[in-house]
Design a protein around this ligand. Structure first.
Ligand code: GTP
Ligand code: MG
Length: 400
């Protein structure tokens, strides 16, 4: 399956059916009164979050959606049948934005949550409505109202409590495999992971949280290097970032330099996102001889001037990973409790999230435009391929 996290579609509700002018025709009733029924209401278009939908890929193929028109009214005071509604299913975590105004129409964060995006037009009135003491046989009726039309952008951001952050090959996917049932591909080359993957991490039987594995970041990502920053927005709805650092990269690069580069890219992408709590994980410790491990870790931490939480792990050998899980679970529970108990804290969190959403949306759109401009320039210079950037094919593994 392909993973698509953005799509622009048009939605058009059904027009209302027309009212009708009709008169009663009955045996032995010489002057039958008006009996023209109303038109039916046009069908509406709704968008609904659905746990079984993991991507917006369908909206890349079909981009226009129309609901049915209401039927016209008929004689004998028959109201026309209403048009059928259209319900479009999207993944949980989809935000719906009106393209013209830029307004957010809805943010679907729960399975089954639904929002109206285009309202069906009301049916017209039949001539019965226009009967009066002075006009007993009105010929007047009204036509149905047009259904609403809108161009909307669907934006998917995965919903997770913890987001993995790190260089390609740092061991992010191995880590999520170690702590959850998610089984993203692991390989010894960079950019193995091309799309976000989610895994449910069970701390124990009744306590769990969701972790998101996203593609690796490299220095210069903000300028489009590697896969760029298009996936960073998927960290915007997490509470905690888990920064995985390979203590002995196979390419001989310096872990300190790498870690600084990641933090730098994060800040460049969104200063607000960079304010999320970061937990550092010094990973692949099995690569270093036991005797010099601690010294090497201390060197890295000193160089980074790291004062935050830190763990030492081997994702491959499942060493130290449980401790990380317990720590994260405790932090998440504390945050959840505070939010439930302290309205002031909850208000601050909400304001912070709103700012984060706005900032990541802006950045993602700007990055996309810059990328398009770069590709266009490349093509015009006869470089690059004719590949349609909107249709890049990627595989998704979506475990929740
Ligand atoms: N020795 C050792 N190797 C590891 C460890 N964790 C991951 N690896 C290896 O490092 C390589 C990269 O691991 P991945 O989990 O695919 O890394 P990633 O961060 O998801 O990489 P991208 O998806 O490319 O960004 C693989 O060959 C893994 O087997 C570890 O703790 N110790
Ligand atoms: Mg990976």
């Amino acid at each position: 399956m392909r993973f698509v996290d953005e799509a622009v579609i048009t939605v058009e509700a059904g027009d209302g059916g027309n009212g009708v002018a009709s008169f009663r025709r009955e045996k032995f009733v010489p002057f039958g009164g008006p009996d023209g029924g109303d038109g039916g209401r046009g069908g509406s278009v709704y968008i609904q979050a659905d746990d079984d939908t993991g991507t917006l890929v369908d909206y890349r193929y079909t981009r226009k959606f129309r609901a049915e028109r209401g039927k016209n009214g008929a004689g004998a005071n028959c109201t026309g049948r209403g048009g059928e509604d259209v319900v479009l299913k999207v993944p949980v975590g989809t935000t719906i934005v009106d393209v013209d105004s830029g307004d957010i129409i809805g943010d679907l964060v729960e399975d089954g949550q639904r929002v109206l995006v285009a309202g069906g037009g009301d049916g017209g009135l039949g001539n019965t409505h226009f009967k009066s003491s002075t006009n007993r046989s009105p010929r007047k009726f009204t036509t149905g109202i047009k259904g609403e039309f809108r161009e909307i952008r669907l934006e998917l951001k995965v919903l997770a409590d913890v987001g993995l952050l790190g260089m390609p090959n740092a061991g992010k996917s191995t880590f999520i495999r170690a702590v959850s049932a998610a089984k993203p591909k692991v390989a010894d080359y960079p950019f193995t992971t091309m799309v976000p993957n989610l895994g449910v991490v069970d701390a124990d039987r009744h306590r769990s949280f969701v972790m998101a594995d996203i593609p690796g970041l490299i220095e210069g990502a903000a300028e489009g290097a590697g896969l760029g920053i298009r996936f960073l927005k998927h960290l915007a709805r997490t509470r905690i970032l888990l920064h995985i650092v390979d203590v002995q990269p196979i390419d001989g690069s310096d872990p300190v330099h790498n870690a600084k580069a990641i933090i730098g890219e994060l800040k460049k992408f969104s200063p607000t996102l960079a304010q999320l709590p970061v937990v550092l994980v010094l990973n692949k410790l099995d690569q270093i001889e036991e005797a010099s491990r601690e010294e090497w870790c201390k060197h890295i931490l000193d160089e980074l001037e790291w004062t935050g939480p830190v763990f030492r792990t081997s994702g491959l050998l499942l060493e130290g990973t449980k401790e990380v899980v317990y720590y994260l679970m405790d932090q998440i529970e504390q945050q959840r409790e505070l939010e439930a108990e302290d309205p002031e804290y909850a208000r601050q969190v909400k304001a912070f999230r709103e700012q984060l959403e706005a900032e990541t949306r802006e950045q993602t759109i700007a990055a996309k435009e810059a990328y398009r401009a770069m590709r266009k320039a490349q093509r015009e210079a006869g470089q690059g391929d004719d590949f349609d950037d909107d249709d890049d094919e990627v595989e998704v593994i979506y475990v929740r």
